[in-house]
Design a protein around this ligand. Structure first.
Ligand SMILES: O=C(O)CCC(=O)C(=O)O
Length: 278
C-alpha cells in the first residue's frame, strides 16, 4: 500500500485509538468492522504506528491481549504463608494499596543485598535504548529472576497474589533516592507510536502492571503520586502500591515524588503480558 492512500482523518483516528489504550488486536477489529480488509488494515496500522508488519500480523493472530493480572480484592489476601491487607482500591485506574506486602526483615535484607550494586537509574528512550534521564535521578539495580532465595520468595508471593507466572516479570528492581531525587510523572507501558516499541516489546510483549514496594519510610516526601487521580501514596516500610493498565492508559500516570528529608528505598516489579524470561 502507498502511504498516500491513507486519508489524514483515518491516520489521526488510528493514532488516537492506539493512544487511547486499545490493543493492536482491538484496533484491527475496529477497522474490520468499519469495512477495511485484513491485509489493508494491517498495512495501514503498521505504517501509521511505525511498527514492523510482522508485529501487527502477530497481533492480528493473537489478538495481542496476552495474560492479565488478577487485581487483589479487599480486605485481605492470603498468599502462601503471608497475609496482605488491601487498604485502598480504585478501578479507574486500577490501584490497590497493599499493607504488609513485605516483612521488616525482608525490607532490610533486600536493601543490604542491593546496596553494593547501585548505579544511576536509566529510562528507555523513544528508540528503545537505555539512557540517563534528568527526569529520573535515583540509583538502582536489577536482580535476576530468583537470583537469591529472598528474591525468589518475593517473586513467588507477587505471582500468587496477582495470579500470573513468575516468568512474566522483569527482574526485581531496587531503587534508592536521596533528598531532591525523584522520578517525574511517566507511564510504565510502552507507547506503540514510538519507533522503539517493537524492540522493547519483542520479549514479553507490553507491560500490564507494576508493583512498587516500599523498603523504608522516608523522613519526609518520597511518596508515589498519581496526578490524574490527585492521589499520593505515602511510602511506608513493608507496604506496596499495585496498579494495572492498558496500553495508552492516561490515568496510570505516576511519579516517584521528591524525597525531602532522609532517603527512600523501593523494590519495583514490572509485569508483562507474555513470558519475559526464557
Ligand atoms: O519511586 C516511586 O515511588 C515510583 C517508581 C516508579 O514509578 C517506577 O520505577 O516506575
Amino acid at each position: 500500500m502507498n502511504q498516500h492512500t491513507i486519508r489524514p482523518e483515518l491516520r489521526e483516528w488510528i493514532l488516537a485509538t492506539a493512544r487511547s489504550g486499545q490493543s493492536l488486536g482491538e484496533l484491527l477489529r475496529l477497522l474490520k468492522d468499519a469495512g477495511y480488509g485484513g491485509e489493508q488494515s494491517r498495512q495501514m496500522v503498521a505504517r501509521v504506528l511505525n511498527l514492523p508488519l510482522s508485529t501487527v500480523l502477530a497481533a492480528s493472530k493473537k489478538g495481542f491481549t496476552g495474560q492479565r493480572t488478577r487485581h487483589p480484592e479487599p480486605p485481605r489476601q492470603h498468599v502462601r504463608d503471608h497475609e496482605i491487607r488491601v487498604t485502598l482500591s480504585t478501578d479507574t485506574p486500577v490501584v490497590r494499596l497493599l499493607e504488609h506486602m513485605l516483612t521488616d526483615e525482608e525490607c532490610d535484607a533486600l536493601i543490604a543485598e542491593a546496596k553494593p550494586q547501585l548505579a544511576r537509574s536509566l529510562t528507555v528512550d523513544v528508540d528503545g535504548r537505555h539512557q540517563t534521564d534528568e527526569r529520573r535521578t535515583s540509583q538502582g539495580m536489577f536482580f535476576r529472576i530468583g537470583e537469591t532465595p529472598l528474591v525468589d520468595r518475593i517473586e513467588q508471593r507477587i505471582a500468587a497474589l496477582l495470579d500470573i507466572p513468575v516468568s512474566h516479570g522483569e527482574g526485581l528492581q531496587i531503587l534508592h533516592y536521596l533528598p531532591g531525587q525523584e522520578y517525574e510523572p511517566h507511564f510504565d507501558w510502552f507507547d506503540p507510536t514510538q519507533p522503539g516499541f517493537a524492540a522493547v516489546t519483542a520479549r514479553g510483549g507490553q507491560r500490564i502492571a507494576s508493583v512498587v514496594m516500599y523498603l523504608n519510610t522516608p523522613d519526609e516526601g518520597g511518596g508515589t503520586g498519581f496526578p490524574s487521580m490527585g492521589l499520593t501514596v505515602t511510602a511506608l516500610r513493608g507496604s506496596a502500591v499495585y496498579f494495572a493498565y492498558e496500553t495508552g492508559d492516561q490515568a496510570s500516570l505516576h511519579a516517584g515524588l521528591p524525597v525531602i528529608k532522609g532517603e527512600k528505598w523501593i523494590a519495583t516489579k514490572w509485569l508483562r503480558e507474555r513470558p519475559y524470561q526464557a
